[in-house]
Design a protein around this ligand. Sequence first.
Ligand code: SF4
Ligand code: SF4
Ligand code: SF4
Length: 376
Amino acid sequence: MAQGTITINGSPFPFESGQTILQVAEDNDISIPTLCYLKGASPTGACRICVVEVKGYRTLVTSCSTPAANGMEVLTESPKVVASRRETLELLLASGNHNCSIGSGREGDWSDFQMQAAASDQFDELCPAWGDCRLQDLAYQYQVEGGKYPRTENRYPMEMINPLIVRDFSRCILCGRCVQACNEVQVNRAINFGYRGAEAKIVAGTDVALKDSKCVFCGECVQACPTGALTEKKARFSWRPWKTEKIRTTCPYCGVGCQLWLHVQDGRIVKVTGVEDGSPNKGRLCVKGRFGYDFIYSEERLKTPLIREGETFREASWDEALDLVAAKFKQIIEESGPDALAGVSCARSINEDSYQMQKLFRAVFKTNNIDHCART
Ligand code: SF4
Ligand code: SF4
Ligand code: SF4
């Protein structure tokens, strides 16, 4: 039920009890930029990118953590707001190794700068997040090129030792999204903020490598990270968003039916992410769904049916194999009755396939000897 009305950029909007300014804006297609805000987790107001101006307030407020109030008048892109965002972006770009073109200064007009930025993708040392970085996007949007403040020295070496995830602390802006993704969304509680002040760092356990911590390599933190601080090891540098096509599908590993985006480049999957607005997983994935896609390219994978003849197998067509299986089922039922048959549905089948299989056994074969393999 509407609790009152707030005005955003001159237009009135109803809001419900408990809604923040950001939520009311999003509900009404008004874009307020964010960096640390993670939908579904408690707002922290840490990055201060989402600040807005509220009439009568002495300072700007963070829209992600400020509740909407009746009669509030909000400006989301006033000169004061834009100046604050630009300053925040300058500080963030100076906080680490942001070596994309944003951080390199520019000459000429804005389009020259963008051309220079595009050309720079040829450099090997270019950040693996180039083209898929929220900080970079916002720097473009607010025309911030960095260089206003001296760059902070990198205190911590890159962590390459983990099997699936690379941690580059020099590109971490300490937004905390990974911590929220791990602790609040997946509830794995593997990482948290460690140390203080300039020494601050996201630590796993007692500041060990992810592989030596409680981390289960679900990759939720990687999906949540807005910069190049966390990247998938397998997709690092080989994946750029403009080179890939995104195809939505259902995870093949179990019956939950998580929704996936396959990032496909030249006919090969190079990365998998969760569909953020898709049920049942809302973007979340387990280690298998996110990282276990290589098996489809295995040379050892069976691609044609095999029929056993004595001690050996021979390749057969699908028609021949299915006809043989159907004939054997019929023969067993005729000779020994339907309860001589039993079926075990594969744990990797989707729910719909398992449903069809139990239908086949119960409705067609007339037996209840049907089960589901619990091993995933
Ligand atoms: S993390 Fe983002 S802003 Fe930093 S270098 Fe990489 S692309 Fe640029
Ligand atoms: S991979 Fe999963 S468990 Fe490991 S730190 Fe990231 S969110 Fe936590
Ligand atoms: S690793 Fe990424 S998500 Fe985590 S605090 Fe750093 S920038 Fe934010």
